[in-house]
Design a protein around this ligand. Structure first.
Ligand code: HEC
Ligand code: HEC
Ligand code: HEC
Ligand code: HEC
Length: 156
């Protein structure tokens, strides 16, 4: 039993570990939000907070129910894959209440955003140097935004 004569310092050392773990748990309990882990590895209350945010985009299905003519024109043209709000911006407020007028689009800015020549674009994507291509004439003078392709050489 003489081996256990001087074990006092071991218990003091273990005591420091226990105290450190208790302090860690106390700080963790204080810092981690209460609903963390309620459903998974995230804050449960975040679900309601996100759901309560205002909706900005209505989604193209919503636009298409009221603007079926435009949807049909678009679906047969080169912009078939570009959804309404990619160009018109978020319009949930207008879809809920059509008397709220959508803002007019500045095509000189909008069209260039996607079609300005850039080495970063995928091969085959239609690009133009807008300045020399349009010479300052607005894009929709020659291209219809909802069905933009032209017979080579002719407007409309
Ligand atoms: C509940 C029906 C309804 C929905 C949904 C709706 N609109 Fe409209 N929208 C209208 C009406 C009505 C007008 C005004 C009359 C008109 O010009 O056709 C209008 C006008 C517009 C205009 C302006 C027309 C102009 O003359 O300047 C744009 C652009 C437009 N809508 C785009 C959209 C887009 C994009 C969506 C989807 C996010 C959408 N609308 C959803 C009914 C709707
Ligand atoms: C490639 C961009 C683009 C897309 C995609 C697009 N629009 Fe437009 N739209 C325009 C531009 C540009 C105008 C003309 C300028 C303006 O009215 O602000 C316009 C005009 C309109 C107008 C006014 C009436 C008219 O015929 O000119 C309505 C309504 C409209 N868009 C609805 C829609 C709906 C609904 C969709 C989806 C089905 C859609 N747009 C998709 C660019 C786009
Ligand atoms: C959000 C991106 C986007 C915007 C904004 C946009 N386009 Fe496009 N455009 C596309 C895509 C995607 C295609 C189809 C490319 C393909 O077929 O590979 C396309 C195709 C075209 C084509 C057909 C080219 C061909 O192959 O003959 C023309 C012309 C064109 N756009 C003009 C315009 C004009 C004018 C505007 C502004 C009113 C505009 N685009 C706005 C994405 C966009
Ligand atoms: C004066 C008429 C005119 C104006 C204005 C105009 N375009 Fe064009 N665009 C054409 C014609 C014609 C073609 C088809 C022949 C060609 O490729 O040059 C064309 C082709 C395109 C193409 C397809 C290029 C390709 O490689 O297939 C895109 C994209 C385009 N235009 C975008 C625009 C944009 C964006 C604007 C506004 C900044 C604009 N255009 C203004 C006449 C015009």
């Amino acid at each position: 039993m003489s081996n256990f004569r001087d074990t006092g310092h071991l218990f003091r050392f273990a005591g420091i570990f226990v105290a450190a773990i208790l302090i860690f748990l106390a700080i963790r309990g204080w810092l981690v939000p209460h609903t963390f882990g309620q459903y998974g590895h995230y804050r449960g209350a975040a679900l309601n907070e996100i759901a309560a945010k205002p909706v900005h985009f209505a989604g193209h299905q919503s636009c298409e129910t009221c603007h079926a003519d435009i949807a049909e024109k678009k679906s047969s043209g080169k912009h078939a894959s570009v959804h309404c709000e990619a160009c018109h911006g978020p319009l949930a407020a207008h879809a809920d209440d059509p008397s709220i007028q959508p803002a007019k689009i500045d095509t000189a800015v909008l069209c260039a955003q996607c079609h300005e020549t850039s080495a970063a674009k995928p091969k085959g994507f239609p690009e133009v140097e807008t300045a020399s291509h349009s010479n300052g004439v607005s894009c929709e003078t020659c291209h219809q935004p909802h069905s933009p392709a032209l017979e080579a050489g002719g407007a409309q």
